[in-house]
Design a protein around this ligand. Structure first.
Ligand SMILES: Nc1nc2c(ncn2[C@@H]2O[C@H](COP(=O)(O)OP(=O)(O)OP(=O)(O)O)[C@@H](O)[C@H]2O)c(=O)[nH]1
Ligand SMILES: [Mg+2]
Length: 311
């Protein structure tokens, strides 16, 4: 573990021409914000899934080149919240809008502009920061005419527009160029080789949650919170103990599966992902615990790592 003081020593003096800044990635759930951040940074920092509301925390992904350091801030999708967890997520996304230097507003450009996008567009009128409208998922477009509604909005608001496919990593150099053009001269905020500000433990929990999103359906994915209880690094093996919190006994049953089959599948898939991240062998132990209504309780939310963030 690197302490904050040690981290500070790893931060070099920026040359005179150096540019840097915080770039928020915002948009409706499921438009591809996390996929985009991972592609831009070149490493998997945020988990992704076809299920809306995958991202629950503000996550930073750092891209450092000789000329610039960009800190991308991936945010939970902005939507109409139905419970306390949803409210916290949306509030954090809104805080992110106010606390960054510029924004990439990501939309799914394979479908028409909708009410959810307009709601976000309205929020954006309150910020002075430069905005790039990111037309994502262009690989899925059947008719380019769907873009017209977005182009009209961008024109009215004076936003720059870039089209790309985050999944196929197509059009991203153009987006990077547009982002660099909006950066101001600034220092290194993080050591040049750091790709995220998230501790390994947090990402381990997320990699487990990603497999649960992938393998279970219905209410289970939204009712799951993973807590890493112990990480014991030995010479040849890292022992990880995690607790998967759910809200109901029935969800616990689904997660465990017939004779523990589901838990086994989640565990071995997550173990492989964690091994990739830490580049070492992992022994993963998973437990399931029922925590009724954790998504509605402020205290439980905070215990599980979901709180309104300050900036
Ligand atoms: N075809 C296609 N699919 C994409 C593209 N970008 C993302 N996706 C898919 O869209 C789904 C959602 O992607 P995420 O990156 O998790 O979306 P998000 O905006 O971070 O979602 P939340 O965290 O829930 O707000 C995943 O299944 C991705 O693989 C793209 O450019 N093309
Ligand atoms: Mg996401």
């Amino acid at each position: 573990m690197t302490s904050e003081a040690e981290l500070y020593n790893l931060i070099p003096q920026a040359p005179a021409h150096f540019k840097s800044g915080f770039v928020g990635i915002i948009g409706r759930p499921n438009v591809g914000k996390s996929t985009l951040m991972n592609a831009l940074v070149g490493q998997k920092i945020a988990i992704t899934s076809p299920i809306a509301q995958t991202t629950r925390n503000r996550l930073r992904g750092i891209l450092t080149t000789d000329e610039a350091q960009v800190i991308f801030v991936d945010t939970p999708g902005i939507h109409k919240p139905h419970h306390q967890l949803g409210r916290v997520l949306v509030q954090n996304a809104q805080i992110a809008i106010q606390s960054v230097d510029s924004l990439v507003f990501v939309v799914d450009a394979s479908v028409e502009l909708g009410g959810g996008d307009r709601y976000i567009a309205d929020l954006l009128t309150k910020t002075e920061s430069p905005i790039i409208l990111g037309l994502n998922k262009v690989d899925l477009q059947r008719d380019r005419a769907v873009e017209e509604s977005y182009l009209a909005l961008a024109l009215a608001q004076g936003w720059t527009v870039v089209r790309f496919s985050a999944l196929e990593e197509d059009g991203l150099p153009e987006l990077q160029q547009a982002i660099y053009e909006k950066l101001e001269p600034g220092p290194y905020y993080y050591p040049p080789d750091l790709v995220t500000d998230q501790p390994e433990r947090f990402i381990m929990g997320e990699l487990i949650r990603e497999q649960i999103l992938r393998l279970t359906r219905d209410e289970v994915p939204h009712s799951v919170a993973v807590a890493i209880e112990k990480v014991d690094e030995q010479e040849t093996l890292t022992h990880v103990m995690a607790v998967v919190n759910v809200e109901r006994d029935s969800q616990k049953g689904i997660l465990i599966g017939k004779k523990g089959a589901m838990m086994k599948e989640i565990g071995s898939a997550a173990r492989l992902q964690i091994q990739k991240m830490i580049a070492g062998k992992v022994h993963l132990e998973l437990f399931v615990r029922v925590q009724p209504k954790w998504r509605q309780s402020r205290t439980r939310l905070a215990e599980l790592g979901y709180r309104v963030e300050e900036e």
